[in-house]
Design a protein around this ligand. Structure first.
Ligand code: FES
Length: 550
């Protein structure tokens, strides 16, 4: 007799006393560890979605963990029978967008000019010798997101991508949004968030097909909180009004000339060459971070004459609007609904997620599932499709209420299990969308243009890449503009980080460009609340009358 245990979708029967780590190993699942299961490295995280009551009580080594997270080497099956479902931090299998598409800067209009160069067998960093070697020289670019991390390994002599990797940000045990992470990091004096991430990065780097000692620089893009936690800075001020990174405060006080960061990679516990350097891209302001800055490089905004907008939809949505003459930016706290969080049957965009929904003329539901297997839940793009179809067919009204008084809409059912959508879920999507729409309205209003004045609307990020444009326009997630102006560009932030890694000239260009971006502080805008309330409704977002201040 034992408990039925599902780890990463694999099933086994585990007897009382068996650790989740041991059970995972018996299923051939590799759990990250650097301490041989003795509770010290805190890397062996699992997120438990069912059966928490069947597990042993939390141990002192797990006191730092929130909600449903456990250390798999400490956590044992304590009772049977029953069902326990959990997963390790996901790697690779997540449909994380690793690349960018259709970008103007993608054509390499810049010259290969990295900070690390070779002179015979001398390896130079900014002209100073740091090593002697005839092996190839490499660099890393990283997009450090609240939910996901993407790293790319490049050959610095050729500019070629050698390998890449992606994984769920293991800092999720400290909360799913930046505010929760700030609170966690401020209370925790042991830098556990940074150390856990460094452990996961170390494993990813060691799996690359090159000697880590040949990696001499890492360039980091990420929102202000993720970047500053990575560089072991105090993030308390980003969580308090007026929401500023300590680097901005120091710049204002005249103690630094830029918000960008340099640090020895060894001080950040990364297994690179001992003299390797980490460079954190500058942030724009407040929560508009180094990821938004990287997008500026990726879309080549410094050389852009057309009016463009970039919208990177996620837990925190970044907005950029303008051209080389005038740039505005904002950050919208949308919450986790777009990543499948806070939704009854929500899940990230990985195998088993319903990603497409259509309702036929006969009322029959057609769904598309990632991996074509049985559906396990709904991811963000499936949620947008589903709500859009329910609005189109009159099953829910623009306020997100079921017209027939139902409590839920069944999307898929098998035996006792069903995948469904409640009014509460619709409300979560409405609020996430409301924050984005309010951001769009504020930025366009302050810039003095209407949506119809745009030449190009770039939809960035993994979620944006998989959104159905018509569904998104119908429920007002993106502005109701011509399809020909909408370009889905995938992960622009990693592209921007790569450009900064390979070109010192582009790095210098970005350092200047961020100083000329006007940050629209949404929370301070007089119309924000009205825009938000309007944006929560499931109606197309139409062009506002323009003030024409271009
Ligand atoms: S394996 Fe290191 S804490 Fe569990």
């Amino acid at each position: 007799m034992g408990s039925e245990l599902h780890i990463n979708g694999h099933r086994t029967v585990a007897a009382p006393g068996m650790s989740l780590f041991g059970a995972a190993e018996s299923l051939g699942i590799k759990v990250p560890t650097s301490c041989n299961q003795n509770g010290k490295c805190r890397e062996c995280l699992v997120e438990v979605s069912q059966g928490m009551e069947l597990l042993s009580p939390k141990t002192p080594e797990e006191n730092h963990l929130r909600e449903n997270f456990r250390l798999s080497c400490r956590c044992k099956i304590a009772a049977d029978p029953g069902v326990v479902r959990c997963h390790t931090m996901r790697r690779g299998e997540m449909r994380i967008e690793r690349h960018a598409f259709e970008l103007p800067a993608g054509g390499q209009k810049w010259k290969l000019d990295p900070a690390v160069t070779r002179d015979g067998d001398r390896i130079l960093l900014e002209g100073q010798e740091i090593a002697r070697s005839t092996a190839p020289i490499h660099g890393l670019a990283m997009d450090l997101g609240t939910t996901t991390v993407v790293i790319r390994l490049l050959n610095l002599e050729t500019g070629e991508v050698v390998a890449d990797a992606s994984f769920e940000n293991p800092q999720r045990f400290g909360g799913s949004d930046v505010m929760a992470r700030i609170q966690f990091d401020t209370q925790d004096k042991s830098r556990l968030l940074q150390r856990t991430l460094a452990g996961y990065l170390t494993h990813a780097i060691e799996e690359f097909p090159v000697d880590p000692q040949t990696i001499y620089e890492i360039v980091v893009a990420g929102n202000s909180t993720m970047r500053d936690i990575f560089f072991r800075l105090n993030v308390h001020s980003i969580g308090q009004s007026p929401y500023r990174s300590i680097t901005e405060l120091e710049m204002e006080a005249g103690r630094r000339t830029t918000t960008s960061l340099w640090e020895s990679a060894s001080k950040l516990s990364l297994p690179l060459h001992p003299r390797a350097r980490a460079y954190g891209l500058p942030i724009i302001s407040g929560h508009v971070g180094a990821d938004a800055a990287a997008c500026l490089l990726a879309v080549d905004l410094a050389n852009e004459n057309r009016l463009i907008a970039v919208m990177d939809i996620g837990t925190n949505t970044e907005l950029i609007l303008g051209n080389k003459h005038k740039i505005f930016a904002a950050s919208c706290p949308a919450g986790p609904a777009f990543e499948g969080g806070a939704i009854s049957c929500g899940m990230p965009g990985l195998s088993g997620a319903i990603e497409r929904v259509k309702i036929g003329t006969d009322g029959a539901l057609e769904t598309g599932v990632i991996g074509n297997g049985p559906p396990l839940g709904i991811c963000g793009s499936g949620l947008v499709d589903l709500v859009s179809e329910l609005v189109r067919t009159g099953r829910i009204n623009p306020l997100g209420r079921f017209e027939d008084g139902s409590e839920k809409f069944i999307v898929a059912a098998e035996g006792d299990a069903s995948i469904y959508l409640t009014e509460g879920d619709i409300n979560e999507l409405a609020q996430a969308k409301g924050a984005n729409v309010a951001g769009l309205q504020v930025v366009f209003h302050d810039y003095g243009i209407s949506f119809s004045d745009l030449d190009v609307f770039y939809l960035a990020g993994g979620f944006g890449r998989h959104l159905d444009i018509e569904s998104s326009k119908r429920i007002g997630l993106i502005p109701n503009i011509e399809n020909s102006k909408i370009v889905r560009i995938g992960n622009a932030a990693i592209e921007g980080a790569c450009i900064a890694l390979l070109s010192r000239a582009k790095r210098a260009e970005l350092e200047e460009l961020v100083k000329n971006v006007t940050h629209c502080r949404l929370e301070a805008h007089e119309n924000f609340f009205n825009f938000f309330v309007e944006g929560c409704q499931f109606n197309p977002v139409e062009a506002q009358p323009a003030a024409h201040n271009i």
